[in-house]
Design a protein around this ligand. Structure first.
Ligand code: A3P
Length: 282
């Protein structure tokens, strides 16, 4: 109901654009009019992999301080803005995207733009996406967990299938030098070291103390408390709805049944056979 098929991918149809805009127009303009800039930074991920989190600390690295970013992630959401709005953004632009690799406008690669791809183990992604889709009113989704589990494995969720999204972006490292891959679980394990690694990649290095300060400002608790992030309060069905739910590694164990776990492992093995990424599931 909330999804549309576009060139073998499933995209959400939430009405975020102005009147007269939609995926077709967005992609037409992205392919014919959009001009990437060499100093653009793209933060790409499958939904629920740590996008808000990365946006916060990357902005702090750009700012050179640990002050929370005073803007909504949605302002910088590549495919949810019109191409004209993106053109009007001042440089350097930090653009967030969930687009699968093959739907990204080619000019980005021609201009050698840097791209950070954030990944998270798919069991936690699946549970997180279930809560996201169930919690946001506009999705009008009232399926239960068992139903969502099945559609996730079939790939019939926003930007699905997860397997193809991750594999295609991962393959890119062999032919494109301006990629960096970041695991959600590594961010959880040692945030200051990961922030430093990212700072080096984007040429925004600071002293060690700054990485610690930024990491402290970007804990789950700090970000959940932060008023700026209570963006779009009307979009959730209940007042407890939030983009900051639990922020843990291994939370899937509270939701998956034993049988679901076995089914998921089988699908993972089959789908990821030709892919050497290692995920941490707990
Ligand atoms: P959960 O639903 O498992 O809690 P995205 O921003 O890509 O939509 O990802 C959302 C997921 O990242 C949610 O996962 C959210 O709680 C988690 N998250 C957001 N900020 C975080 C932080 N500072 N530390 C850890 N996890 C965070």
């Amino acid at each position: 109901i909330w999804l549309v098929r576009y060139r073998n991918h499933i995209l959400p149809t939430m009405e975020v654009w102005p009147e007269g805009y939609g995926w077709k127009k967005w992609f037409d303009e992205a392919e014919t009019k959009f001009k990437a800039r060499p100093d653009d930074l793209y933060i790409a991920s499958f939904p629920k992999s740590g996008h808000h989190w990365s946006f916060e600390f990357v902005n702090m690295l750009y700012q050179g301080n640990a002050h929370s970013v005073n803007k909504s992630k949605l302002n910088n959401f590549f495919e949810l803005r019109t191409i004209k709005e993106i053109e009007d953004m001042p440089s350097p632009r930090i653009l967030l995207t969930h687009l699968p690799y093959d739907l990204m406008p080619r000019d980005i690669f021609e201009k050698n733009c840097k791209i950070i791809y954030i990944m998270r183990n798919p069991k936690d992604v699946c549970v997180s996406q279930f809560h996201h889709v169930s919690g946001i009113a506009e999705y009008k989704y009232d399926g239960d967990w068992d139903h969502f589990f099945k559609v996730f494995l079939k790939g019939e969720v926003d930007y699905g299938p997860w397997f193809k999204h991750v594999k295609d972006w991962w393959k890119l490292r062999q032919e494109y030098d301006h990629m960096m891959y970041v695991h959600y679980e590594e961010l959880k394990k040692c945030l200051p070291a990961q922030i430093k690694r990212i700072a080096e990649f984007i040429n925004k290095t600071h002293d060690e103390q700054m990485y610690l300060n930024i990491a402290n400002a970007c804990t789950f608790e700090a970000m959940k408390k932060n008023a700026q992030f209570k963006e779009l309060p009307g979009i959730f069905k209940t007042k407890e709805g939030s983009f900051f739910r639990k922020g843990q590694v291994g939370d899937w164990k509270n939701t998956f049944t034993v049988a679901q776990n076995e089914e998921f492992d089988k699908a993972f093995k089959r789908e990821m056979e030709d892919c050497d990424i290692q995920f941490t599931f707990d």
